[in-house]
Design a protein around this ligand. Structure first.
Ligand code: GLN
Length: 472
C-alpha cells in the first residue's frame, strides 16, 4: 500500500515503528496530487496541484500515535500564514494570509503538516463545488457527478487518497454533505467548539471548522487537536475538551437514538430511505434503542437559513471592495466605479445573488418581516432539539436526500440546489454537533448517515459513529 492510501492513524502507527519518514509521507502525497488530481478524470480537488509548499513546525515526536508528521489538506477559506487564500473567488486572487488561523496553529503545534489548499464553492456558498473561480471539483466515486459542497475539494481529496485527511467548514452542511457524497467521514462540531479565528466568515453565527477523514478514528484524533477555547474568537466556548479517542471502541447498548419523523417524510425515498432504514436496524442490533421523536419546525429550516445565512454573508462580504484585499479593477476612473467594477467582476453569480438576498432582508422596512422573523423561528428550531434531547442521547437522519447528482444538474435552479441541504441545515441553526459517515451504496454511489448530538457531546457521537462503522 502507498503511504497516501493510509489513514492518519495508520501513518502515525508507522512513524512509531520508524517505518517511514515525514518526507516519505509528503512525497507520496505530492506525487498523488501531481499525477492523479489532474488526470483524465479531472477530479481537481486542489486549487493548485503545483508548487505545493508543505508547512510544519519542529515538534517532538510523541510516544503514541498522534498527528505528528501527518499531512492535512486545508480548505481555501482557512488562513495559512504566507499562503494565498481565495475562498474560490476571483475577488481574493493574490491575497496572502498574514497569519495562521487558530486551527492551523493548533495543527502545527501538534506536529502535523499542512499541505495543499482544497477547492470549494465560491465563499462556501453552494452544495456542489461548481461555483469556484477555478472550475468545478468532480466526485472520485463517479467523475460525472459533483462531490458535494461547499467543502467538495476536501472531501474529494480524502476519498481519492490525494489527502490523508482534510479540514472543511460547515455553515449549513458543507462538511457533512460532501462527506456523504464522497463516502468519507465529516464532523461539524458544536458552535463554539472550534475557533473560527482565521476562517474567512460566511455566516458568523453558523460557521464551524471540522475534520473530513477516511474513518471515525481519524476524525476524533483531529478534533482533539483543533477543538478548544480561543480568546481570539468571541464566540468560542470555554468548555473543557475531553479526549475524543477515549470514546472509541465502546458499546452503544442502551443508547437512546431519536428518529425524527419529519426527516423521513415526503422528499426522502428510494434507495436512500431503504439504506438508512437498514442502517437503523443495524443500530438496533448493536443494542441501541430507537425512539420516535418530532422536530416540528424542521420544515422551516431551509427558509430560515436562506434569510439568516445570506444576511450575515452580505455583511461579512462588504469588506471585499477592491481596496483592502485581492482583486481591483485598475481601469476605473472614480472611487465608486472602482468599488462597483471590482465587486462586479470579482464576485460570481451565486455570491451576488446571496448579497442581494441578504441586503434585502436586512434593509429597513423588511428587517422585521424577514431577518427578525427568521431569528424567532430559529429559536423555535433550537427549542425542538432541546426538547428531543430530553428524551434521547442522539438523533439519526439521512445526511442528504439523494446520492451525488450530476454536474450541471442543479446549477440553473438555485432553489433545487438549496434543498440538497434540507437535512443538514438544522444542526447549524441549533448549534448542535453532527457527523456524517458512509452507510451503504445506492447504485455504486455512497450514502451518508447523520448523527446529531447534544451541544458539546461530540464524544458520544464518535462513540456511536465508531460502533456503527466497525459493525459488519
Ligand atoms: N450549501 C449550503 C449553502 O449553500 C451550505 C454551505 C455551507 O455549509 N458552507 O449555503
Amino acid at each position: 500500500m502507498e503511504l497516501n492510501q493510509l489513514t492518519a492513524y495508520q501513518l502515525a502507527e508507522l512513524y512509531q515503528k520508524n517505518g517511514c519518514t515525514q518526507k516519505d509521507a509528503v512525497d507520496s502525497l505530492k506525487k498523488a496530487i501531481e499525477t492523479k488530481d489532474r488526470d483524465a478524470r479531472q477530479i481537481h480537488a486542489y486549487v493548485t496541484a503545483e508548487n505545493l509548499s508543505p508547512r510544519h513546525r519542529k515538534a517532538e515526536k510523541t510516544s503514541k500515535p498522534s498527528l505528528w508528521g501527518v499531512p492535512i489538506a486545508i480548505k481555501d477559506n482557512i488562513c495559512v500564514e504566507g499562503e494565498e487564500i481565495t475562498c474560490g473567488s476571483k475577488i481574493l486572487k493574490g491575497f496572502v494570509s498574514p497569519y495562521n488561523a487558530t486551527v492551523i496553529e493548533k495543527l502545527l503545534n501538534a506536529g502535523a503538516i499542512v499541505l495543499g489548499r482544497t477547492n470549494m464553492d465560491e465563499f462556501a456558498f453552494g452544495s456542489s463545488c461548481e461555483t469556484s473561480c477555478y472550475g468545478p471539483t468532480r466526485n472520485p466515486r463517479d467523475p460525472e457527478r459533483v462531490p458535494g459542497g461547499s467543502s467538495g475539494g476536501s472531501a474529494a481529496a480524502v476519498a481519492d487518497h490525494t489527502a490523508i485527511a482534510a479540514l472543511g467548514s460547515d455553515t449549513g452542511g458543507s462538511i457533512r454533505q460532501p462527506a456523504a457524497f464522497c463516502g468519507v467521514v465529516g464532523m461539524k462540531p458544536t458552535y463554539g467548539r472550534v475557533s473560527r479565528y482565521g476562517l474567512i466568515a460566511f455566516a458568523s453565527s453558523l460557521d464551524q471548522i471540522g475534520p473530513i477523514t477516511k474513518d471515525v478514528r481519524d476524525n476524533a484524533m483531529i478534533l482533539n487537536a483543533i477543538a478548544g477555547y480561543d480568546t481570539k474568537d468571541s464566540s468560542s466556548a470555554n468548555v473543557p475538551v475531553p479526549d475524543y479517542m477515549e470514546f472509541l471502541g465502546k458499546s452503544i447498548k442502551g443508547m437512546k437514538i431519536g428518529k425524527p419523523k419529519e426527516y423521513f417524510a415526503a422528499g426522502l425515498g428510494g434507495e436512500t430511505e431503504k439504506i438508512i432504514n437498514q442502517s437503523i436496524d443495524k443500530l438496533k442490533s448493536l443494542g441501541a434503542e430507537i425512539v420516535d421523536v418530532s422536530l416540528p419546525h424542521t420544515s422551516y429550516s431551509v427558509n430560515v437559513y436562506y434569510i439568516v445565512a445570506p444576511s450575515e454573508a452580505s455583511s461579512n462580504l462588504a469588506r471585499f471592495d477592491g481596496v483592502r484585499f485581492g482583486f481591483r479593477d485598475k481601469s476605473a476612473k472614480t472611487l465608486l466605479e472602482m468599488y462597483e467594477n471590482s465587486r462586479g467582476q470579482g464576485f460570481g453569480a451565486e455570491v451576488k445573488r446571496r448579497i442581494i438576498l441578504g441586503t434585502y432582508s436586512l434593509s429597513s422596512g423588511y428587517y422585521d418581516a424577514y431577518y427578525l422573523k427568521a431569528m424567532k423561528v430559529r429559536t423555535k428550531i433550537k427549542d425542538d432539539f432541546d426538547q428531543a434531547f430530553k428524551k434521547v442521547d442522539a438523533i439519526v437522519t439521512p445526511t442528504a436526500p439523494s446520492p451525488a447528482f450530476k454536474l450541471g444538474e442543479k446549477t440553473t435552479n438555485p432553489l433545487e440546489m438549496y434543498l440538497s441541504d434540507i437535512y443538514t441545515i438544522s444542526a447549524n441553526l441549533a448549534g448542535v454537533p453532527a457527523i456524517s459517515l458512509p452507510c451503504g451504496l445506492a447504485s455504486k454511489l455512497p450514502i451518508g448517515i447523520q448523527f446529531m448530538g447534544k451541544p458539546f457531546d461530540e464524544g458520544n457521537l464518535y462513540k456511536l459513529a465508531h460502533a456503527f462503522e466497525q459493525a459488519k
